[in-house]
Design a protein around this ligand. Sequence first.
Ligand code: 9MR
Length: 371
Amino acid sequence: MTRAAEQGHPRRRIRTAVAALTSAALAATGMLAFAGSAHAADTLRGAAEQSGRYYGAAIGPQLLGEADYTSTLNAEFNSVVAENAMKWDATEPNRGQFTFGGGDQIVAHAQSQGMEVRGHTLVWHAQQPGWVQGLGGDDLRRAMLDHIDGVAGHYAGQISSWDVVNEAFEWDGSRRQSNLQQQLGDGWIEEAFRAADAADPAAKLCYNDFSTDGINAKSDGIYRMVEDFLARGVPIDCVGFQSHLGQDSDLSTYQQNLQRFADLGVDVEITELDVGGSGAAQANVYRGVTEACLAVSRCTGITVWGITDKYSWRGDESPLLFDANYQKKEAYYAVLEALNGAAAEGPGQDGDLSATSYHPASWRESGQAVS
Ligand code: 9MR
């Protein structure tokens, strides 16, 4: 779709206006803070706000009662996403019976702290409740559309961007042969986006996937889908790059990949960042991802997939910014420094990642990316 056509789309206009206001407010606050204090911000959220971006974390409502967990969250992050609480199995355990307790707790906490909320995820082949798995054809279609309507409708107006569809592509760029794909055919992703658009006209609508951390067959396949959606006016606003990485991950085309999606006319977001490893090697990959996002003006923010190594889904790999005792790791300081570096340049200015070099990926191939 051309820019004019995009702006002409009524729902796109609402989203564009909301995003512009948010960015302007964040940038103004950040610039004032930067100019007034004449030194760098000392939290991730403060540093990210200086360039109008968010820095977020995946959280669990059951952990909000732990004092260190919540104080770290509140001090450092200005965006949250539910690690599990808004998934299909959590929100619609029985057909037509919605349970929003955990998700509502997250939204209430975020709102009390001035944080944005990302939505994750409306449709995914995994974590479907049992009753969905047995459905076929039109019954599954009806269930999917009702689910999107129920969940996105419940949170309408409160979500900055929804991962409408999660992980629908294979390594080779073909569609994943999930029950959704097999029962509904190629059109199901488009149907999901149209339903999400109708249920929450204000949220940005994202496609989200893993192992898209560079230009490869899988990101090529997603690129073609986004290009096609935009050309035909299917509502899509953003692409999420999960970025479950390791300290040896190859980031040589990471920024270029984000940029080519941005150039198509969608925002890009780093949605589930974590980096297995330790020390300087781990910190370098975190720095590289941060600098890449900052160098792409349509990269609106970064979410890490958890706060502390204590509760990471990859607990034995210590992949997060805070250790199990909530102490800041070397990776934390690398991210903070990178975010503060961007503040001096200001929002929307393109940076340069060419000085950073990385080793070839081995982590993905080793099979640790189970998702
Ligand atoms: O971190 C989540 C973990 O607690 C769940 O058990 C798991 C269930 O499949 O999902 C994890 O989160 C995944 C996310 O929803 C989608 N991308 C991959 C993430 C890690 O597996």
